[in-house]
Design a protein around this ligand. Structure first.
Ligand code: X8Z
Ligand code: ZN
Length: 597
C-alpha cells in the first residue's frame, strides 16, 4: 500500500475510534452524580458511626476501625473526583454543575491515589485525633489532668506560676505529633495536587464560591475592619493585667503572655472578666451562679438550649438525641471532649458530644452545637451534595446567633433571672461578650494563616513553631510564657490542628453571626440597642432563619445570606455596631496608653 493510503486509513480510524467512545451527555452526568451521591452518603454514614465510637471510646481498635472507614470514604471521593474529570467542559444545568464543583472540594484531607499512601494518610489523621483526645498532663504522680480539667483550672486560677505550669504541661501533647504532622502535610498536598489544586490550603480556600485568592483577600478585608476594635480591647486588658501581675510579667507596651488570659490558647478571655477591675456585680448577674443556683445538670442545660429553638418554631429534637448524645465526661475511659455536633445518618440521628460543665461558657457552647444540629435537620431533604452549610462559616454561626440572644431579658423570661439589670450594666456585659467574640477574632485568623503557609511550603517543618509564634504575636499580640523551640509543636496542642479541621470558619462565623442576629432582631420587630435584643419566641424570626437554613449548600452563599439579611456580602459593620458603645468606652479608658505591641 502506498504511504498516502496508509495515512488516510489512519486518519479515518481515528474518527471511528473516537466514535466508539462517545462524548458524555448531560444524562450521563446526571447518572454519574446520582450514583456518586448515594455512594458517598452510604460511606459517610459508615465513617460517622466509626468516628463516633472512636471519639467516645478511644482504643487502638476503635482508632483502626475509624481510620479504615475514613479510608474507604476518602478512596471513593478521590476516585469519583478523578472520574468526574471526563465531564469537564460539558455544559450542564446550574444545579448539576454546582454538584460537580462541590464534589471537587468535598474533602479536607485529600489523599493520593496510591492506596498505600492513602492508608498512611488516614492512619496518621486518626492517630493525631486520638493523641489529642488522650492528652494529659500529670502535674503530680497521682494527679493527671485532661484538657477539660486544664481548661477549668486555667479559667479559675489567677496564680501565674500555676498557670504557666499548666500551659507548659498541656503544650507537651503537641511535640510527639510533629513528625506525623509534617508527613500528613506532604501526603495531603500530594492528594490535592493530583486533584488539580496548588496544595491542600488552596483546596480549603476553594470552598467559598469565589477563587481561592479572592477568599484570602476577603479574610484580610474583614480582619482590617475589626482590627481597631481588637486593639482597643487588647490595650485595655493588657493594662489591667499589668496592674495585677506587674510590668515585669506583663510589659505594658508588649505582647500579653498567653497563659494569663484564662484559656490554654488565649483564644477566649471571658474567664478573666472578674480580674478586670470592674465593680463586683456591675454586670448585674453571673450566669454560672444562676445555673448552679437552679441545680441544673448537663442535660437540663441542653433542654434550655432546645427550648430556645422550639420557641422559634423548630420541631423538638428526636428522642434518640437524648439517648445517644454524650453530655458529661465519663469517669472510666478516654473520650475526645472537644465539643461537637453529629448528624450520623443524614436524616434524624442527631447528637452532640460534649463534656459539659455547669458554667456560662458551656451554656453558650451548647447553643452553638445545637445550631449545627438544627441546621443539619433543616437541610436534610436537599440532595446529598447540598447537605451542608452555605459555607462552613454559616454552619459555625447558627448556634452562636442564638447564643447572642441570651440577654438578661431572655433569662428573665425563662425564670433564671429575677431582675433585668439597669442600663449601666451594658458596658460590663458588652465587655464580657467582647472577651469572647472580639478576642477570638485574630486567633481565628492565625490558625489557618499558619496552616495555609504550611501547606504552601512557605513555612517549612524546621520552622513550624517559630512561624506559629510569629503569627500569634503579629495578629493577637500574645507571646509564650517561656522561650519555645523547634523541639515543641505548639499548633498540635489545639484540637483543630490535631484533628485537621479548618479554622477560618470561626472567623467568618464571628462576623456572620452578628449579621444574622441583626436581621433576626429586625424580623422580630425589635428596635432598641442591638446588644439588648432577644428574638426568643419570635415565629417570624424563626421562619426567616429556617428559610436560609433549609437551603443548605444548594445556592452560592451570597444568596443564602441575602435570604436572611438582604445583604450579599460578609460585613463586619454588624459586629462593630453591636460593640460600638463598648468601643467608645474602651477608647476613653485607654487614653494615654500605648496601643499595640
Ligand atoms: O470548636 C469549636 C466548637 C465545635 S465546632 C466547640 N469552636 C472553636 C474552638 O473551640 O476553638 C467554637 C468556637 C471556636
Ligand atoms: Zn461548631
Amino acid at each position: 500500500m502506498r504511504l498516502v493510503a496508509v495515512l488516510a486509513l489512519l486518519f479515518i480510524a481515528q474518527f471511528v475510534l473516537a466514535e466508539s467512545k462517545p462524548k458524555p451527555t448531560v444524562a450521563d452526568a446526571e447518572r454519574f452524580m446520582a450514583e456518586a451521591e448515594s455512594r458517598l452518603s452510604d460511606l459517610g454514614v459508615k465513617a460517622n458511626r466509626a468516628g463516633w465510637i472512636q471519639e467516645n471510646f478511644i482504643t487502638d481498635d476503635t482508632v483502626a476501625l475509624s481510620a479504615e472507614a475514613q479510608e474507604e470514604l476518602t478512596a471513593a471521593t478521590t476516585e469519583l473526583i478523578e472520574q468526574a474529570k471526563r465531564f469537564d467542559g460539558l455544559k450542564m444545568p446550574p444545579v448539576l454543575a454546582r454538584k460537580f464543583s462541590l464534589l471537587r472540594v468535598a474533602t479536607t484531607a485529600p489523599a493520593p491515589k496510591d492506596p498505600a499512601l492513602r492508608r498512611e494518610l488516614t492512619q496518621i489523621a486518626a492517630s493525631l485525633d486520638a493523641d489529642y483526645g488522650k492528652g494529659k498532663y500529670c502535674r503530680k504522680p497521682d494527679e493527671c489532668l485532661d484538657i477539660t480539667a486544664i481548661e477549668r483550672i486555667m479559667g479559675e486560677s489567677r496564680d501565674p506560676a500555676e498557670l504557666q505550669d499548666l500551659w507548659l504541661g498541656w503544650h507537651k501533647v503537641g511535640a510527639p505529633m510533629r513528625q506525623r504532622y509534617s508527613r500528613f502535610v506532604e501526603l495531603s498536598n500530594q492528594g490535592a495536587r493530583e486533584m488539580g489544586f496548588a496544595d491542600t490550603g488552596a483546596l480549603w480556600r476553594a470552598g467559598y464560591d469565589m477563587p481561592p485568592e479572592q477568599f484570602s483577600e476577603e479574610v484580610e478585608r474583614l480582619w482590617q475592619q475589626v482590627r481597631p476594635l481588637y486593639l482597643a480591647l487588647h490595650t485595655y486588658v493588657r493594662a489591667k493585667l499589668a496592674q495585677k501581675y506587674g510590668a515585669r510579667l506583663v510589659p505594658p507596651d508588649g505582647p500579653i503572655p498567653a497563659h494569663l488570659l484564662g484559656n490554654p490558647w488565649a483564644q477566649e478571655w471571658g474567664n478573666i472578666f472578674p480580674t478586670l477591675g470592674l465593680p463586683e456585680k456591675s454586670s448585674g448577674y453571673d450566669l454560672t451562679a444562676l445555673l448552679k443556683a437552679r441545680n441544673l445538670d448537663a442535660k437540663g442545660m441542653v433542654r434550655y438550649g432546645e427550648n430556645f429553638y422550639k420557641s422559634l418554631g423548630f420541631a423538638p429534637l428526636p428522642e434518640t438525641f437524648w439517648q445517644r448524645s454524650l453530655f458529661t465526661k465519663p469517669a472510666d475511659r478516654d473520650v475526645v471532649c472537644h465539643a461537637s455536633a453529629w448528624d450520623i445518618d443524614n436524616k434524624d440521628d442527631l447528637r452532640i458530644k460534649m463534656c459539659i460543665q455547669v458554667r456560662d461558657i458551656d451554656f453558650v457552647t451548647i447553643h452553638h452545637e445545637l445550631g449545627h444540629n438544627f441546621y443539619q435537620r433543616a437541610y436534610k431533604d436537599q440532595p446529598f451534595m447540598f447537605q451542608s452549610g452555605a459555607n462552613d462559616g454559616f454552619h459555625e454561626a447558627i448556634g452562636d446567633t442564638i447564643a447572642l440572644a441570651i440577654t438578661p431579658q431572655y433569662l428573665k423570661e425563662i425564670g433564671l433571672l429575677d431582675k433585668i439589670p439597669p442600663p449601666e450594666s451594658d458596658i460590663p456585659l458588652l465587655l464580657k461578650e467582647a472577651l469572647s467574640k472580639v478576642a477570638v477574632l485574630p486567633w481565628a485568623v492565625v490558625v489557618d494563616q499558619w496552616r495555609w503557609k504550611v501547606f504552601s511550603g512557605e513555612i517549612k517543618p524546621a520552622e513550624y513553631n517559630r512561624a506559629w509564634w510569629d503569627l500569634r504575636r503579629k495578629y493577637q499580640g500574645v507571646m509564650p510564657p517561656v522561650e519555645r523551640s523547634e523541639a515543641d509543636f505548639d499548633p498540635g496542642a489545639k484540637y483543630h490542628v490535631a484533628a485537621n479541621v479548618p479554622y477560618t470558619r470561626y472567623f467568618l462565623a464571628d462576623i456572620l453571626e452578628f449579621q444574622f442576629y441583626r436581621a433576626l432582631c429586625k424580623e422580630a420587630g425589635y428596635t432598641g440597642p442591638l446588644n439588648r435584643c432577644t428574638f426568643f419566641r419570635s415565629k417570624a424570626a424563626g421562619e426567616k432563619f429556617n428559610r436560609m437554613l433549609e437551603l443548605g449548600q444548594s445556592k452560592p452563599w451570597p444568596e443564602a445570606l441575602e435570604t436572611l439579611t438582604g445583604q450579599r456580602e460578609m460585613d463586619a459593620t454588624a459586629i462593630l455596631d453591636y460593640f460600638a458603645p463598648l468601643k467608645k468606652w474602651l477608647d476613653e479608658q485607654n487614653k494615654g496608653q500605648k496601643v499595640g505591641w
